[in-house]
Design a protein around this ligand. Structure first.
Ligand SMILES: *[C@@H]1O[C@H](CO)[C@@H](O)[C@H](O)[C@H]1NC(C)=O
Ligand SMILES: *[C@@H]1O[C@H](CO)[C@@H](O)[C@H](O)[C@H]1NC(C)=O
Ligand SMILES: *[C@@H]1O[C@H](CO)[C@@H](O)[C@H](O)[C@H]1NC(C)=O
Ligand SMILES: *[C@@H]1O[C@H](CO)[C@@H](O)[C@H](O)[C@H]1NC(C)=O
Ligand SMILES: *[C@@H]1O[C@H](CO)[C@@H](O)[C@H](O)[C@H]1NC(C)=O
Ligand SMILES: *[C@@H]1O[C@H](CO)[C@@H](O)[C@H](O)[C@H]1NC(C)=O
Ligand SMILES: *[C@@H]1O[C@H](CO)[C@@H](O)[C@H](O)[C@H]1NC(C)=O
Ligand SMILES: *[C@@H]1O[C@H](CO)[C@@H](O)[C@H](O)[C@H]1NC(C)=O
Ligand SMILES: *[C@@H]1O[C@H](CO)[C@@H](O)[C@H](O)[C@H]1NC(C)=O
Ligand SMILES: *[C@@H]1O[C@H](CO)[C@@H](O)[C@H](O)[C@H]1NC(C)=O
Length: 496
């Protein structure tokens, strides 16, 4: 196994440029109160989001991106595809107006030509490859082809038999388009834009795909999906779909075109037939996705190879028609208020508003549990900390152990006291850290400015935690049962 991985790693490193994966966001604009372009850019900057994808090439939006340093993928909307694909002059004009006019002030890094054309607009399929070529030749003429990639986002539903990934192939009905499209991507040094929605894969699987597998939660080894042909282990749907795309390309002899995931996400609310569109699942999916991508984990087929990914999407789009969930994919509402707190510990600063100097007060590693208990009792009593979040059924009840509860109370006290010196001491069992101890729906107060993702949005307590039904009601003094529960918790719940 190790040998196989090593071999793949070597091959991959040769095939693809070595670079770090990034997280970007899609910016849909079907909002009844769409923020102004300036407000959008301010939010992106505050959240340190450096890569975005627009669904068009809106002039006001592009103007606002001038000199922002933000990398922008613009799109030729499907409505304009026929024109662009039927006329080199129209394509050249499109590029002149929407791209050349803005560079270099706007850092346009890619053009997405159409959106899921083969599945959403099959009538335009016959002009798709020409559209790619015409747009590209206009970039060549403007000497921008090395800076700006041209590609077309594909729905992952175009890939058939995607498990096991090694047997995946593109729907053969589309070979007359897919084969020349891949040749174009290969010869122009571009990448495959793929939309990956484990939410829909899960929904459509009728129970075959476990929810945890779609959400990147740890699975017991016997539940991991193993590709019998390659012996590669798949621990999440996302990786399996991306590898299916690699295998489907390899089946057509294309092995050196990287994949960029142009859309991925999970809605947090939906119709009654969409019971898994929940805040918890959406937060878990997006948080795990971001950490997975930024860790440069790659996929089992190409470990360590960047799979940069654009989250779908920045804002909730209340005007989108269709299933109720269509309106609830956003990370922010129209006021720029985050819909929930992402859990990104250890993933750097992306999507974090000035968290660098935020500090937390936590129980010291290895501190004596009796001393922690005494300090916890003090904080929740004379210290006047509101410890109700530690009650059974409340967001910070789990993990029900003295370290976690003390951390909650110490941190609350520390912030109650304005993070004054000496307010994170507790007889030496507390210490200050910059790592956010928030987990699940338990959100800790943070320092100084209201960090956007630190907004303690009132999240529903996580739906079904294994331990809560059996433990008694207490904030503290629960140490004994707790110790018994830790094993259960560790094996059944996913914490940071
Ligand atoms: C944090 O975000 C808020 C709202 O998005 C913004 O007003 C504030 O200036 C940001 N803080 C920093 C330091 O970027
Ligand atoms: C534009 O983005 C590319 C790709 O991320 C980067 O290499 C380049 O330095 C950026 N250019 C400017 C002017 O910011
Ligand atoms: C399309 O126009 C570009 C200039 O924009 C030109 O270089 C190229 O040769 C033209 N291609 C075709 C097929 O006419
Ligand atoms: C493959 O594509 C064709 C043409 O769009 C479509 O009719 C067919 O249903 C697709 N096959 C599958 C298995 O999705
Ligand atoms: C891929 O390569 C094999 C072996 O060279 C060849 O037989 C096959 O026709 C190629 N397939 C395509 C789609 O080019
Ligand atoms: C991060 O990557 C390393 C290998 O580079 C891997 O061992 C680890 O499991 C990854 N962590 C996550 C959260 O994906
Ligand atoms: C963060 O702290 C460093 C040193 O502690 C300081 O130089 C910097 O100005 C602080 N940044 C903010 C935004 O407060
Ligand atoms: C943080 O947000 C809360 C609630 O929205 C508000 O009451 C408080 O004034 C804010 N604090 C700062 C420093 O902006
Ligand atoms: C957090 O955001 C929600 C809206 O999503 C808002 O109702 C709440 O007041 C905010 N809380 C704080 C502490 O800012
Ligand atoms: C919680 O678990 C029980 C038993 O496993 C199950 O019947 C119930 O549907 C679950 N509830 C939720 C909200 O997941």
């Amino acid at each position: 196994m190790a040998l196989v991985l090593l071999l793949l790693l070597t091959l991959s490193a040769a095939a693809f440029a070595d670079e770090d994966a990034f997280i970007g966001v899609n910016i849909g604009t079907a909002l009844s109160d769409m923020p102004s372009p300036t407000q959008v850019v301010a939010l992106l900057k505050a959240q340190q989001i450096r890569h975005v994808r627009l669904f068009d090439a809106d002039l006001a939006m592009l103007t606002a991106f001038s000199n922002s340093g933000i990398r922008v993928t613009v799109s030729v909307p499907n409505e304009q595809l026929l024109g662009v694909g039927q006329s080199n002059a129209t394509a050249a004009n499109w590029v002149a107006r929407n791209v050349v006019a803005h560079v270099p002030a706007v850092n346009i890094t890619a053009i997405a030509v159409g959106s899921e054309v083969l599945t959403a607009l099959p009538n335009a399929a016959s002009v798709l490859v020409n559209a790619l070529k015409f747009i590209h030749s206009a970039l060549v003429a403007a000497n921008l082809d090395r800076l700006i990639k041209v590609s077309t986002p594909l729905s992952s539903s175009l890939i058939l038999d995607s498990f096991p990934p090694s047997q995946a192939f593109f729907n053969r009905s589309w070979d007359p388009v897919v084969v020349p499209m891949l040749k174009f991507l290969q010869s122009s040094g571009s990448y495959l834009m793929l939309n990956v929605y484990p939410y829909y894969d899960y929904m459509q699987s009728n129970g075959v795909i476990p929810l945890d597998y779609a959400l990147f939660k740890p699975l017991s080894p016997n539940k991991e999906a193993v590709d019998a042909n390659t012996l590669l282990h798949y621990t999440n749907v996302f990786d399996a779909v991306v590898d299916a795309a690699y295998f489907a390309m390899a089946y057509l002899n294309v092995t050196n075109v990287p994949v960029v995931v142009l859309e991925s996400g999970w809605p947090r609310k939906g119709d009654s037939y969409e019971p898994d569109a929940t805040v918890d699942n959406s937060d878990t999916f997006n948080s795990n996705l971001i950490r997975h991508v930024l860790n440069n984990t790659g996929t089992p087929k190409h470990p360590g190879i960047a799979v940069s990914t654009f989250i779908y999407e920045l804002y909730d789009e209340d005007l989108r028609p269709g299933a109720l969930s269509e309106k609830y994919w956003g990370l922010f509402d129209a006021n720029g208020v985050p819909v929930y707190t992402l859990h990104l510990t250890g993933s750097g600063v992306v999507l974090a508003n000035d968290t660098t100097n935020q500090t937390y007060c936590v129980a010291k590693d290895g501190a004596d549990s009796k001393m922690l208990q005494a300090a916890l009792d003090w904080a929740c009593g004379p210290g006047k900390v509101d410890c109700s979040a530690l009650l059974q059924g409340q967001p910070c009840y789990d993990p029900d152990n003295v370290e976690a509860h003390a951390t909650y109370a110490f941190n609350a006290y520390y912030h109650l006291m304005g993070m004054g010196s000496g307010t994170c001491y507790f007889n030496g069992v507390a210490s200050i850290t910059t790592t956010d101890p928030s987990h699940g729906s338990c959100v800790y107060s943070s320092g100084g400015k209201n960090g956007t993702f630190m907004n303690s949005t009132s999240l529903a307590p996580s739906s079904n935690s294994t331990a809560e039904s059996s433990a008694p009601h207490c904030f503290y003094g629960c140490t004994n049962i707790l110790l018994q529960l830790i094993g259960v918790l560790l094996s059944s719940l996913f914490f940071l």
